[in-house]
Write a protein that binds this ligand. Structure first.
Ligand code: UDP
Length: 420
């Protein structure tokens, strides 16, 4: 790209420079970081802005040339639960404007992530007259349908999400299902483009199952069912544990369940992990269940490759990176028939889709895959092929780059028409 353009990727609560799998870090952190790096590779100058959540962390982290994370001070430099971060939104905007002024950078456009950043982006759009693109990562209108205790912040979040859809230059939906939710539940006004999330298809690769198991110390003949992700009720880990409880009676003692992901004692994820461990105990599954904690980026491809099936039992999933990571590793996914998972997992071709919270259906899916190694292998090969064709980060970044350039050209046209 001639004349490099400056992109501000805004992720107020999802720090792209933290270790993934720790604290509240999940798919959004991965998305922002990977998209930022791939766009820098394609010629953009990318600054990723987040809120400083630990005074010990550096304020600027350089990831590669033309791609860095900038931590702004907005509220205490400590962990603040997501629903409280919105109170510091104005500090974030002020700090961003100061940073831009002090460094004499004129950002050409901003791409915001999650509704809190969306509010911030609407301010930049107004104050700096730059185009704004937005990715929701999760939609309040969908989320609140699946939980009982609606938080205090709900009305504010729904209003901000509606403003984003109606006022942003373009919304980036990560699946056709998410787009449909926006149109039916948020607003019929707005411009939406579908560009999926991606994964690193060199990192997540088809490592031989035995090689992976030797490295992890897993028995060569184990029947391994794997979960990885945050400990959050929405992730439906309870459904998986109960499904394995049912499957155990139909399988032999080789069945093994590995539940990976970090958690902090006493915090929401620590409490959910304790609850899950309680269910494991209640069902007498302790001997066949392991909780390895956070799994590093380096080890994760081996876990996926060692597994016979990766289960994604979420109640709701806007995209679901774990499913495509497993698929890229040649492992079929057994996933809830919801949201982005309906787009990434093709039923009986790359894995199995089951109704969310349906213990019987998940258990039947696990049994089908574990009892037919030939079919499981075929599903894994199809899965890898689907990810190569549709979900590589480079492909995603190219689509985003084209969309940014088109949005910039459209907004210049609009300005010149208005001034003509
Ligand atoms: N992850 C990881 N190690 C862990 C737990 C999670 O690397 O111990 C990563 C996982 O590989 C995936 C991301 O965190 O890239 C979770 O993204 P997903 O979209 O599946 O769920 P979200 O966290 O956004 O709800």
């Amino acid at each position: 790209m001639n004349n490099k353009k400056h992109l501000a990727l805004i992720s107020v609560h999802g720090d792209p420079a933290v270790e993934i799998g720790k604290e509240e870090a999940g798919g959004q952190n991965v998305y922002v970081r990977k998209v930022g790096e791939a766009l820098a590779e394609q010629g953009w100058i990318v600054d990723m802005f987040t809120r400083a959540s630990d005074a010990q962390q550096p304020k600027i982290v350089e990831h590669r040339s033309n791609c860095r994370t900038i931590r702004l001070t907005a509220g205490p430099e400590d962990f603040v639960p997501r629903q409280e971060i919105f109170s510091y939104r104005e500090d974030f905007v002020r700090e961003f404007l100061e940073f831009q002024r002090d460094r004499e950078i004129d950002y050409d456009l901003c791409h915001t992530n999650y509704w809190i950043s969306g509010w911030v982006g609407l301010q930049f759009k107004e104050k700096l007259s730059i185009p704004m693109l937005h990715t929701y990562h999760s939609l309040g209108a969908v989320k609140y349908k699946s939980i009982q205790a609606i938080p205090m912040i709900a009305a504010t979040r729904l209003a901000v999400e509606k403003d984003c859809l109606e006022q942003a230059d373009c919304i980036v939906a990560t699946s056709p299902q998410e787009r449909e939710h926006m149109e039916s539940l948020v607003s019929t006004k707005g411009t939406i483009d579908v560009i999926p999330c991606g994964t690193d298809i060199k990192h997540f690769r088809a490592i031989g199952r035995q090689e992976a198991r030797t490295r992890l110390g897993i028995a060569p003949d184990a029947k391994m069912v794997f979960y990885i992700g945050r400990f959050d009720r929405r992730k439906g880990i309870e459904t998986l544990v109960r499904a394995v409880g049912q499957s155990r009676s139909r399988n032999d003692e080789r069945l093994q369940l590995i539940i990976g992901g970090g958690s902090r004692p006493g915090r929401s994820d620590g409490i959910e992990r304790d609850r899950i461990e309680g269910i494991v105990k209640e069902l007498d599954l302790e001997e066949i269940t392991t909780f390895p904690g956070r799994i590093s980026d380096e080890d994760l491809p081996y876990y996926y490759a060692a597994a016979d099936a990766c289960v994604v039992p979420s109640h709701y999933e806007p995209f679901g990176l774990v499913a495509i990571e497993a698929m890229a590793s040649g492992t079929p996914a057994i996933a809830s028939d919801v949201g982005g998972l309906q787009f990434t997992v093709v039923h009986e071709e790359t894995g199995i889709l089951a109704p969310p919270k349906d213990v019987e259906a998940f258990s039947a899916g696990i049994d089908r895959i574990l009892s037919d190694p030939q079919w499981q292998k075929q599903l894994g090969q199809n899965a890898r092929k689907r990810v190569e064709e549709k979900f590589s980060w480079n492909g995603v970044a190219t689509q985003l780059s084209d969309l940014y350039l088109k949005t910039l050209a459209d907004s210049k046209d609009a300005v010149s028409k208005a001034t003509a």
